[in-house]
Design a protein around this ligand. Structure first.
Ligand code: TXA
Ligand code: MG
Length: 356
């Protein structure tokens, strides 16, 4: 397929994807997928950059557009469970039970890979990551394309994932010289953090990435799973999943996480003349030093997750030079948020020990 000279952008209302304009947009996007092009589309977690998962040349374009290392495998999205089974060499009973409970939804299952899945998708691994997304636009695209769609988050590698079409335009489209053929802009992604990734090829199953489906919810369905402590690993070699490298999901400005609101740090940075953004859980934001950009974050973990990446994109757009974050408390409900904050941070100060 020839490269697009510019990205075709369609705005779709997720509640009315059956109207004529949406149907035409979806038909075009599906055609682009079938011909080996790239389509950015909303899911219920973050925006994805999709290509036909069974076409190695199309998948290679994803890696190029993102600047993604070839050793980081992609998630394959499907619209039905029977298609997921076709992409697996072995479909464990645990997968069947979890799919019945959580699909469509933000849970990715890693299972043994069937031979029809190209090696580039899985970075050569003997396993493949699969999920059925819940977003109506994502599901309509999968149905119209009639292909499994490999899709990482639609951002340049190591940058903050996009939760709006605008983020995709300002980030990926602007940086890639129009490698993105189509953007389906379906408004804000409601979940705001990437899916939970669970490896079912090990016994017991292992959590590779915390997300919007919590370990206790998974364990209720399949019994105990292995949840490594998501403290930042010091050695890349020790990482269970290549995409869970220590520094990831990072805003442009260096980010510091503090265990409690650190007003004096904010004052110091401001005094040094650094324009500083503050992601705070603290309701008292009076007397903040002039020039600081304050973003009050929700105290509810689900609402916080939905807001986090948009807040980081806003602070980047505001041109802050430093970001201070009040790290939310430990506990399962904050696990995914804390994981992303710590991976995005250049420094995390905990009560016990400073981390790189
Ligand atoms: O919510 C999401 O999962 C979004 C939307 C677009 O679906 N996608 C997403 O993709 O976050 P990406 O590429 O940014 O993250 C995929 C994660 C990475 O951590 C990758 O290493 C892991 O899944 N992964 C993919 N295939 C794997 C495999 N076979 N074994 C272990 N980990 C795998
Ligand atoms: Mg990503």
């Amino acid at each position: 397929m020839s490269m697009a000279s510019s990205t075709s952008i369609y705005r779709l209302e997720p509640s009315s994807i059956a109207d004529a304009a949406s149907v035409a947009a979806l038909r075009h996007a599906a055609e682009v997928v079938r011909r080996g092009g790239l389509v950015a589309f909303p899911t219920e977690t973050v925006y994805g950059l999709g290509a036909n998962a069974l076409d190695p040349a199309a998948v290679a374009r994803i890696f190029t557009a993102k600047g993604r290392p070839a050793n980081n495998p992609l998630i394959v999205h499907v619209d039905r469970i029977d298609r997921a089974r076709q992409l697996a060499a072995h479909w464990p009973e645990t997968a069947e039970r979890l799919a019945a409970e959580f699909w469509p939804g933000p849970l990715t299952l890693v299972v043994p890979r069937a031979a029809i899945v190209p090696a580039i998708v899985t970075a050569g691994a003997a396993t493949v990551a699969l999920r059925i997304p819940a977003h109506p636009v994502a599901r309509a695209l999968l149905e119209a394309a009639n292909r499994p769609i490999a899709a990482p988050s639609a951002n340049r590698s190591n940058q903050v994932s996009p939760t709006t079409g605008e983020h995709v335009i300002r980030g990926l489209c602007a940086a890639t010289d129009n490698l993105v053929d189509v953007l389906l802009d379906g408004g804000a992604a409601s979940g705001g953090l990437e899916s939970t990734v669970l490896d079912l090829s090990t016994d017991p199953p292992r959590l590779l990435r915390p997300g919007l489906v919590w370990p206790s919810e998974i364990e209720r369905v399949i019994g105990p799973i292995n949840c490594p402590e998501f403290a930042i690993a010091d050695s890349a070699a020790a990482l269970p999943s290549p995409g869970t490298q220590p520094r990831h999901y990072a805003p442009r400005a260096p980010m510091e996480c503090h265990p409690s609101p650190n007003r004096s740090r904010l004052e110091d940075l401001t005094r040094e003349g650094r324009r500083t953004g503050w992601l705070t859980l603290n309701s008292d934001t009076r007397d903040v030093p002039g020039g600081a950009v304050v973003v009050k974050m929700p105290r509810d973990p689900v609402a916080y997750a939905a807001r986090l990446y948009a807040a980081l994109h806003e602070l980047d757009a505001a041109g802050v030079e430093r970001i201070l974050v009040d790290l939310p408390p430990p506990g399962e409900e904050w696990q995914a948020v804390r994981d992303r904050l710590r991976r995005g941070a250049t420094i995390t100060i905990t009560n016990t020990s400073p981390k790189r």
